[in-house]
Design a binder for this molecule. Structure first.
Ligand SMILES: Cc1cc2nc3c(=O)[nH]c(=O)nc-3n(C[C@H](O)[C@H](O)[C@H](O)COP(=O)(O)OP(=O)(O)OC[C@H]3O[C@@H](n4cnc5c(N)ncnc54)[C@H](O)[C@@H]3O)c2cc1C
Length: 214
């Protein structure tokens, strides 16, 4: 959702971006955008915004918006490398906080219709931990960036602007129900599968968004 008049980096105006949703996608989008803009992340859950706790300190409590938060989750090496390229040191931080690095196919025992799979020396790996731990590690590192701030306990109610010029988002405090406007040159929707973007788009008078279901 772009503002067609996005100013150049050299402009006196400091570009602003709003990211809706503070899960993995939203946090990583914010990390990328922070090189170009001041970023505000709008997240419905109450997120800890205190300074990062010391390594091995208790993790924040599970949060509602994170699916399967306390179950085992597997992040494959391709994904881990991508996150590492955006947030250097993140893999070590996950491991220090209790995640496991499993070499593949060395550390994987698989029984197929043709029998047990052989175990080769490492070709890839996966990071095994709870989504809570993945989310917490990423959030900790992203929110330490001086150009990124999070509005937790806040949810979007719609986009502002017109069909050819999005100027920001309207957001509501989930406790007080107060609505306010966040001006932005770029709005990214990372609210996941419950996204209301199609309805916001419709409210701006735009044709339906092409959707792909997997
Ligand atoms: C059962 C299950 C098992 C899975 N296992 C794996 C696995 O092992 N490995 C793997 O890589 N992937 C796995 N996935 C997929 C992975 O969980 C998703 O790809 C990932 O969570 C997507 O991240 P996201 O940030 O796009 O969305 P989400 O994780 O859905 O994050 C959306 C964020 O937006 C916030 N939000 C939502 N609505 C609003 C709103 N209206 N206003 C403000 N904030 C809002 C939420 O609180 C949340 O923080 C699994 C998924 C499921 C369901």
């Amino acid at each position: 959702m772009t503002n067609r008049r996005v100013p150049r980096a050299s402009s006196a105006h400091s570009p602003a971006a709003v990211v809706l949703g503070g899960g993995l996608t939203g946090m990583l989008a914010a990390a990328v955008l922070a090189d170009h803009a001041e970023v505000q992340i709008v997240e419905r859950d109450l997120l800890a915004t205190a300074p990062p706790p010391a390594p091995r300190s208790p993790l924040p409590a599970p949060r509602k918006g994170l699916l399967q938060a306390q179950h085992a989750h597997l992040l494959w090496s391709g994904g881990a490398r991508t996150v590492e390229s955006l947030l250097p040191g993140i893999t070590q931080r996950w491991l220090a906080a209790g995640a496991r690095r499993i070499p593949l196919p060395t550390g994987l025992v698989s029984l197929t219709a043709a029998g047990w799979l052989r175990r080769w020396p490492e070709m890839q790996y996966l990071i095994a931990c709870s989504p809570d731990l993945l989310d917490w590690g990423v959030r900790r590192q992203v929110l330490a960036h001086p150009r990124i701030r999070v509005l937790s306990g806040t949810e979007p109610v719609g986009l502002s602007g017109s069909a050819d010029h999005v100027t920001g988002a309207e957001v509501r405090d989930t406790a007080t129900r107060d609505v306010r406007q966040l001006d932005a040159d770029l709005v990214i929707d990372a609210t996941g599968r419950g996204s209301a973007a199609a309805a916001w788009w419709d409210a701006l008078g735009l044709p339906p968004v092409p959707e792909e279901h997997v």
